[in-house]
Design a protein around this ligand. Structure first.
Ligand SMILES: [Zn+2]
Length: 182
């Protein structure tokens, strides 16, 4: 994977903003859009980089081994922050079920955060979502908040769409109005 800013309609190899971004990491190329709201990011706006997919999807252990450089997109800080709660929920809710090196690495990060006094509310919510019913192989039921997970899945799809086509997809989909962090 190649890291760096993604400017629509330009191939990554010819993107003139890549070098400039490395020299001046806080300067936003003129005309840059936030792929989440579709509005321009002005120089005085607070903005940040939204990795695609989010770096937290992989866990620190994997990032240390593979040192990959994720691509990213410009967003307004406020637009990106509006997804943080759902993103953290999605990662925590799915990682424990993944049964993979990636899932285990993410679970290690969550345990570490818990030991340092972070994410207690989130992890309590995840634990409480396990039901008392167990299946024939001892598996427990889990009440996944689909609205939150689907919101993040749609955000990922919007990011890929913007990266590939330079077009902003709306947050709302037919039958799926935008929701707030809960
Ligand atoms: Zn925005």
């Amino acid at each position: 994977m190649t890291g760096g800013p993604i400017h629509p309609r330009l191939s990554r190899s010819s993107d003139p903003w890549m070098g400039r971004e490395q020299k001046s990491r806080r300067r936003v190329p003129s005309g840059t859009l936030c792929y989440l709201c579709g509005k321009p990011i002005r120089q005085h706006d607070s903005w940040n980089r939204d990795h695609l997919p989010p770096a937290a999807f992989f866990g620190s252990a994997l990032k240390r081994v593979f040192a990959f450089n994720l691509p990213w997109l410009y967003t307004h800080q406020s637009c990106n922050s509006a997804y943080r709660g759902d993103e953290e929920y999605t990662i925590a809710a799915l990682a424990g079920h993944a049964q993979s090196a990636t899932g285990n690495a993410v679970m290690d990060d969550l345990r570490s955060a818990f030991r340092q006094g972070h994410k207690h509310g989130l992890l309590r919510m995840i634990v409480s979502a396990f039901g008392k019913l167990t299946g024939p192989r001892g598996e427990a039921t889990f009440a996944l908040n689909r609205t939150r997970v689907e919101r993040i899945a749609w955000k990922l799809a919007r990011g890929i769409y913007y990266r590939e086509l330079g077009l902003v997809l709306p947050e709302s989909r037919p039958g799926h109005p935008p929701c707030q962090d809960s």
